[in-house]
Design a protein around this ligand. Structure first.
Ligand SMILES: Cc1ncc(COP(=O)(O)O)c(C=O)c1O
Length: 463
C-alpha cells in the first residue's frame, strides 16, 4: 500500500515564516496614495498595529514565529500531507497527487494560520477590538476563534449573499464570542450609501472591507484596528507554514520538488502559503508549474489587468499594484464566496507578471463536479473555494494520463465544506450555473480604473 498520510512531529513545525519579497527577481512596486506619492508606513497606523505594519514592509527573507503563536498552532499543526490515491485510481492516472489538509484547523480552513498571528500581534500592541470582513465566513470564524483566545472583541462584516447562504457560519462566530452582521449594513456610512443605491446587492468583499475599515478608524479610543484575511504581504507570510511543512513531508517520501503546485486563489493567501516556498526553488532553477486557480466569476488574473487599484469599493485603502477587475466590480453570487474578490495579492501579482506562475480560471459547474468526484473517491467534503483547485488538479492529472507522464501534483486543500452544503444541494438538483463573468461587465469595470500612476509590467524574461 502506498503511504497516504505523511505526518510531521510537533518539533518539526517551521520556526520561521518565508518572505518571497526578499527573493523576487523584480522588486515589488510600492503601494501609493491617490496623488501618486508612495505610502509611508505611519499612514497605516490608524488601521493596523505597528508591529504588523513592520512585517508588511519587511524584505527580510526569514521571520521568526513567536513561541506563543507556535503554542497555539500546535493544536492542529503540523497539518497532514495526504496522498489522494483513491482519486488517482479513479482517474487511472500515473500522476501522484499530494495535498496539504488545512481543513483540520479549529475553524476548518487555512485562515487560522494568520488569524492567530494577527490577533497575537494586535494584543501585543494593546488593541482591544478588531473589525474585519468575511466572504464565505471562513475568515470571520477563524478571526473570531483567534480573538477569543486573546480576549479581543471582534466584529465581522459578512458579504450578504454568503450571510444568507451559510447562516451556520454566523453561529460559529457567535460561539467564539464575535458579532457578525450582513454587509452592506446600516452600521456604517459606506454600507448605508450602497444600500441606498443598490438595496438588493449581494454585496462583495470590496464593500465589506470598506465597512470594516471605516468602523476601525472611527473608534476615537484608538484601541480598535482592522484585520484582513488575505491579499497583504504579512497575511501571505503567515500562511507559508503550509508550503514549508509540505517540503519536509515530500522529502520524507523522496520527493525534492513537485512538478505542479496548485491552489485556489481569492486574495491569494492559501495559494501563496503553499506555493511561495516552491517559488523560491523555481527562482533558483527548479522546474515547477505553479498554478493559482481563480473563479471564472471573478477572473482578475486571466481577464483583468495589472494596475494600481483600490482594495475596497469605497476607495479607503491605498492603491495597490495588483491584478484587478476594478474595485467596484461586483461578481456573480457564486458559492465560492472567498474567491469573489476583485484583486489579487500584490506579491502573487508580481510573480504572475514575472512569469513564475500560470493562472487558470475554473467555473462553478466544473468546480462542483470536481468536488463531488473528490467526495466520492477521497471521501471528504471540500469548501467550494477549494473545489476550484481540485478542478485544476483533475485536469492536470488527466493530462498526465493522456501524455503517459508520472507527474507529482501538490495542492492545497484549503478548507472543508461541511457548512457549505447549500451549494452542493444546488449542484445535485441541477440548479447551479457556471456563472462566468460577462465580458461587458468586465469591460465596464476595467474602464473605471484610475491608472494614475501607471503600474509598469516589470519582468526579467527568465520565465
Ligand atoms: C476555504 C477557503 N479557501 C480559499 C479561500 C480564498 O482565500 P485566499 O485566496 O486568501 O486563500 C477562502 C476565503 O475565504 C476560503 O475560505
Amino acid at each position: 500500500m502506498d503511504q497516504v498520510k505523511i505526518n510531521l512531529e510537533e518539533h518539526e513545525i517551521p520556526k520561521q515564516w518565508y518572505n518571497l519579497a526578499a527573493d523576487l527577481p523584480t522588486p515589488m512596486l510600492p503601494p501609493v496614495l491617490p496623488d501618486g506619492t508612495v505610502l509611508q508606513p505611519q499612514m497605516l497606523e490608524a488601521v493596523f498595529p505597528r508591529n504588523l505594519i513592520d512585517q508588511e514592509m519587511s524584505r527580510e527573507r526569514w521571520i521568526d514565529i513567536p513561541e506563543e503563536i507556535l503554542d497555539i498552532l500546535y493544536r492542529w499543526r503540523p497539518a497532514p500531507l495526504r496522498r489522494a490515491v483513491y482519486l488517482e485510481r479513479y482517474l487511472k492516472t500515473p500522476a501522484r497527487i499530494y495535498y496539504k489538509d488545512e481543513s483540520v484547523s479549529p475553524s476548518g480552513s487555512h485562515k487560522t494560520n494568520t488569524s492567530v498571528a494577527q490577533a497575537w500581534y494586535n494584543k501585543q500592541f494593546g488593541i482591544r477590538r478588531i473589525t474585519t470582513e468575511t466572504g464565505a465566513g471562513q475568515w470571520g470564524t477563524a478571526l473570531s476563534f483567534a480573538c477569543h483566545l486573546m480576549g479581543i472583541e471582534c466584529k465581522v462584516y459578512m458579504v450578504r449573499v454568503s450571510f444568507d447562504q451559510k447562516p451556520m457560519r454566523k453561529t460559529l462566530m457567535n460561539l467564539w464570542g464575535a458579532q457578525c452582521v450582513a454587509s452592506p449594513s446600516p452600521d456604517t456610512h459606506a454600507g448605508r450609501a450602497i444600500l441606498k443605491e443598490m438595496p438588493d446587492t449581494p454585496g462583495s468583499l470590496g464593500i465589506a472591507i470598506s465597512e470594516a475599515i471605516e468602523d476601525a478608524v472611527s473608534d476615537k479610543s484608538g484601541r480598535t484596528r482592522y484585520a484582513l484575511g488575505s491579499v497583504l504581504n504579512h497575511v501571505l507570510l503567515h500562511q507559508t507554514v503550509i508550503g514549508l511543512e509540505a517540503k519536509k513531508q515530500l522529502a520524507k517520501v523522496g520527493i525534492k520538488t513537485p512538478d505542479i503546485v496548485i491552489g485556489c486563489a481569492g486574495g491569494g493567501s492559501n495559494f501563496a502559503g503553499l506555493a511561495f516556498p516552491f517559488t523560491q526553488d523555481k527562482i533558483h532553477g527548479a522546474k515547477i508549474d505553479i498554478i493559482p486557480v481563480e473563479s471564472a466569476a471573478c477572473p482578475k488574473m486571466t481577464r483583468g489587468e495589472f494596475a494600481y487599484d483600490y482594495g475596497d469599493v469605497a476607495g479607503m485603502t491605498p492603491l495597490l499594484p495588483m491584478h484587478t477587475l476594478g474595485h467596484k466590480f461586483v461578481p456573480l453570487p457564486v458559492h465560492a464566496g472567498g474567491l469573489r474578490y476583485h484583486g489579487m495579492a500584490p506579491l502573487v501579482s508580481q510573480a504572475v507578471v514575472e512569469g513564475l506562475m500560470r493562472p487558470y480560471a475554473a467555473n462553478q459547474v466544473e468546480s462542483f463536479e470536481a468536488a463531488i468526484t473528490w467526495a466520492r473517491t477521497e471521501g471528504f467534503v471540500i469548501a467550494p473555494e477549494t473545489s476550484n483547485a481540485v478542478a485544476c488538479v483533475i485536469k492536470e492529472a488527466v493530462k498526465a494520463r493522456d501524455e503517459g507522464k508520472e507527474k507529482v501534483i501538490l495542492f492545497n486543500l484549503s478548507g472543508h465544506g461541511l457548512l457549505d452544503l447549500h451549494g452542493y444541494e444546488k449542484y445535485l438538483s441541477g440548479n447551479l450555473e457556471a456563472s462566468c463573468a460577462p465580458d461587458e461587465e468586465i469591460r465596464r469595470s476595467l474602464a473605471q480604473i484610475v491608472r494614475t500612476p501607471e503600474a509598469p509590467l516589470r519582468r526579467t524574461g527568465r520565465w
